[in-house]
Design a protein around this ligand. Structure first.
Ligand code: PA5
Length: 414
């Protein structure tokens, strides 16, 4: 199980910047009550871990798509970030470059920078590519624009273009109509699941299954997180306390793992879109990656304003070890793994001595089970935090205006 180590948040460690055990205990109780109320409403994301039948079906169907040379997700926000997270955590870092990879190369197009779209289009042969267009609303402009671009390429390259498309979408919207009219293979986005809570639905499971990720294990991990609510409750209580009482307006999310770098992007969206509400609420999530950002951000976290909590992610089982073979140096005979762990410990201890509250998600190892567990824990924490802050963590009204103005510029009529 993933645990949350909060020792370095306690006042016994960091004095007046910290929290007492008694206060934490009472906030955990409050958080737990909020969680009970949340569960009564049966939010969609809390049902996802139980959908083993659907996951098995997707896994089976994915077999038909492994023949493609490339798998391109076209989507943005919650329709993209979960997929990038799963891929980078659970497949080899240079997965796309591997020789004799039995699975398709994997790309996610979550921007309309024309240079990027063109680069991808120059790289792939559309007839050899599966395009998985993912959009819950079915009408997000960036997603549709990239889709239209590749649809034309696809139609120009093969008569059987329909076989190269899988659409993952909600009940309404342009893409739902398009897929029905053209007989395209379609997966649903469950109605009551918003983008940033959708990674364990068809949105994340289908691409993951096509790239060899064990999607059933992902759900098993999430089920365990559901049954052991301790970590989400604790994390929400700590985050609430430091935000409301200690002026920690910034939540730095810092995996000590290159494989979890994208999980920090995913977390940033989850925290920002869910908690930034009502003109006055919302800690700012910041991404940092150990050890890289020790040489970029830590100076600020150590000596800048004491307005942050740092949430570390530490992985216990790291493979391979990678011995350093250089006898006349203090690093000789040690390993990259030892250095990585030492850097993580050193940074944590330094922040603690500087009276900066920090906590650590202790992850036994990176595999599908633990990633399923982690993502569910973070989603549940986010929703509990939102309820404690008195806001709705499921909507995102602030995104609408900018979108509407951009669509007007592009000539869309009301
Ligand atoms: O979390 C969310 O709801 C958003 O980030 C959406 O995922 C994003 O705006 C994309 O929306 P859609 O899936 O409808 O294209």
């Amino acid at each position: 199980m993933i645990e949350l180590n909060y020792e370095n948040c306690l006042s016994s460690k960091i004095g007046s910047q910290g929290i007492s055990r008694e206060k934490l205990g009472s906030l955990e109780e409050t958080a737990r009550k909020h969680l009970e109320k949340i569960k009564e409403k049966k939010p969609g994301f809390m049902q996802l871990p139980l959908r083993f039948k659907e996951a098995e079906k997707i896994k089976k169907e994915a077999e038909d798509y492994k023949k493609f040379k490339n798998f391109v997700v076209i989507g943005i926000g919650g329709s993209a970030l979960g997929n990038i997270t799963l891929q980078s955590a659970l497949n080899d870092y240079f997965y796309n470059y591997k020789k004799n990879n039995p699975y398709p190369r994997f790309f996610v197009l979550d921007n309309v920078d024309p240079h990027w779209t063109k680069s991808l289009s120059d790289l792939i042969d559309p007839s050899d590519t599966l395009f998985n267009v993912i959009t819950k609303s079915g009408s997000t402009a960036e997603t549709l624009a990239n889709f239209f671009y590749f649809l034309k390429q696809l139609k120009d390259s093969t008569e059987n273009w329909r076989d190269n498309l899988v659409i993952t979408t909600g009940k309404k919207g342009f893409l739902k109509r398009f897929s029905s009219e053209n007989g395209i293979k379609t997966y649903p986005v469950p109605e009551n699941v918003g983008g940033r809570y959708s990674v364990l639905s068809e949105v994340g499971l289908f691409p993951a299954a096509c790239c060899g990720i064990d999607t059933v294990k992902l759900l098993e991990g999430a089920v365990d997180a559901m049954e052991n609510e301790h970590v989400p409750v604790l994390y929400a209580a700590l985050q609430y306390y430091f935000y409301k009482n200690k002026g920690k307006n910034i939540n730095v999310f810092m995996p000590y793992s290159k494989r979890l770098e994208s999980a920090a992007d995913w977390f940033r969206q989850l925290w920002a879109e869910s908690l930034g509400k009502n003109q006055n609420t919302g800690p700012t999530p910041v991404k940092a990656v150990g050890t890289t950002d020790q040489h970029s951000q830590i100076q600020l976290y150590m000596e800048g304003p004491n307005d942050k909590t740092v949430s570390f992610l530490e992985v216990f089982e790291r493979n391979p070890e990678m011995k350093i073979d250089y006898p006349d140096h203090f690093l000789g005979g040690k390993s990259l793994r030892e250095l990585f762990n030492a850097e993580c410990k050193g940074t944590r201890e330094a922040l603690t001595r500087a009276k900066r509250p920090n906590m650590t998600f202790e992850i036994p190892k990176i595999d599908a089970y633990n990633i399923g567990e982690l993502l569910y824990q973070l989603q549940a924490s986010c929703v509990i935090s939102g309820r404690m802050m008195g806001i709705d963590p499921f909507n995102q009204p602030g995104v609408e205006l900018g979108k509407r103005l951009a669509y007007e510029i592009m000539g869309k009529e009301e």
